[in-house]
Write a protein that binds this ligand. Structure first.
Ligand code: G3I
Length: 359
């Protein structure tokens, strides 16, 4: 009799384990009523186990590098644009019913130097040509774009005059001054009125940086509407979300509250939580390790806290996109920041996001 009971219990345990392993909840289903759930794509994620996970869990993607100016724009001004890499990815997403967000049009980094050089008139023409060319090419295939990325400086102490908070070392700022931000948005709006235009930045859990962004969005949108336009010029704010175990979730809440005041939509655009306690700038793929249980649990708890918060703001948040599928292929692999480990096994962080109320 005892043998029989033990056998039944073992069978039940086996069933439960295989069921849990083979059928973890699809994240896009878990958050169906709240917001879109996304991830980055790069060449590694386009096939095999990575692509299976992508199709299963995510309904929106962002190209990690392939739509950045240096990957699309020619080496010299007279050269040809290169569409092949981005096109093959965008087409594959379309075939699989996955929405694409564009990243990014105007940035101080990963941009050809010729684009921002020359006279202000030349740089202005280069900006307008780049935005028109890219938006025209992806018309109808990409629903929203990071029009300007990371324009704010680090270490802002007084956010009241947003123009004085801009990153002065940006090539665009050097040639065109602070008005380059608005020029980029006006150009994008004209080039394709159908798409949703985002300002995207990191470190927006910092209240001063967040306030500078809020002031900029409000100023640009107020003036645009005062011209008789019945919509905003900047449609959305992207909070990147490159966090670590140091994060105070209340800071994220304060920024969400601040951005909500502007009336634009918010997206969490590049979410990852690195689990190192030091914040050194060691980046790159293939440096992941097996996480100690305690760290994995701390990371999971923080992911759960964030997703509970995001759900509270579901009426304002349009999309939450992770910046990496697995710890091995993450840009910050040394911090093991993703939901899946290097072998694509779901981590406690995955189960925390699947069911944040349980953590
Ligand atoms: O593809 C080359 C490879 O051929 C070469 O051997 C190797 C040697 O370093 O470099 C490879 O290119 C790297 C590329 O990622 C692809 O892995 C670049 O060096 C490296 O700089 C590049 O890093 C990207 C980084 O942006 C560049 O700024 C990361 O993948 C990408 O995740 C990261 O994404 C940014 C967002 O665009 C904006 N917000 C911050 C976020 C994280 O830094």
């Amino acid at each position: 009799m005892l043998k029989k009971i033990i056998l039944i219990q073992l069978a039940l345990l086996f069933l439960c384990l295989t069921n849990c392993n083979s059928k973890p909840a699809a994240l896009k289903a878990v958050y169906k009523k709240d917001f879109l759930i996304g991830n980055v794509i790069n060449h590694v994620y386009m096939s095999g186990g990575h692509f299976d996970l992508l199709k299963k869990h995510f309904n929106t993607v962002t190209c990690e590098n392939e739509m950045k100016p240096e990957n699309l724009a020619p080496l010299s001004k007279s050269g040809e644009y290169k569409w092949q890499m981005a096109d093959s990815m965008v087409n594959k997403m379309k075939e699989n019913g996955i929405q694409v967000h564009g990243h990014t049009l105007i940035w101080h980094s990963q941009t050809r130097t010729w684009m921002t050089s020359g006279s202000p008139q030349e740089a202005k023409e280069n900006m307008i040509n780049h935005i028109n060319t890219v938006l025209d090419h992806f018309r109808g295939k990409v629903v929203s774009w990071d029009v300007v990325n990371e324009a704010m400086a680090d270490g802002i102490t007084d956010p009241s005059d947003w123009k004085s908070c801009l990153r002065a070392e940006s090539g665009w700022y050097k040639t065109l001054g602070p008005d380059y931000v608005e020029l980029a948005f006006r150009t994008a709006r004209q080039a394709d009125p159908e798409i949703i235009l985002y300002y995207n930045d990191y470190g927006l859990n910092d209240c001063n940086k967040a306030a500078a962004v809020r002031n900029m969005v409000k100023d640009i949108n107020d003036r645009y509407k005062a011209e008789g336009n019945n919509r905003s010029l900047i449609d959305g704010i992207g909070m990147q979300g490159h966090y670590g175990l140091w994060l105070n979730v209340n800071d994220v809440r304060a920024s969400l509250e601040m951005f909500k005041e502007t009336g634009v939509e918010i997206s969490i655009t590049e979410l990852d939580i690195e689990s190192r306690l030091t914040n050194s700038r060691e980046w790159g793929v293939n440096r992941n390790t097996v996480m100690p249980q305690e760290q994995a649990q701390q990371q999971a708890k923080l992911y759960a806290q964030l997703f509970r918060l995001f759900r509270e703001y579901k009426d304002t948040i349009a999309r939450v996109t992770f910046w990496g599928m697995d710890d091995k292929n993450s840009w910050k692999s040394i911090g093991n920041p993703c939901l899946f480990d290097g072998e694509l096994n779901p981590k406690p962080a995955f189960f925390a996001v699947s069911n944040p109320d349980e953590y």
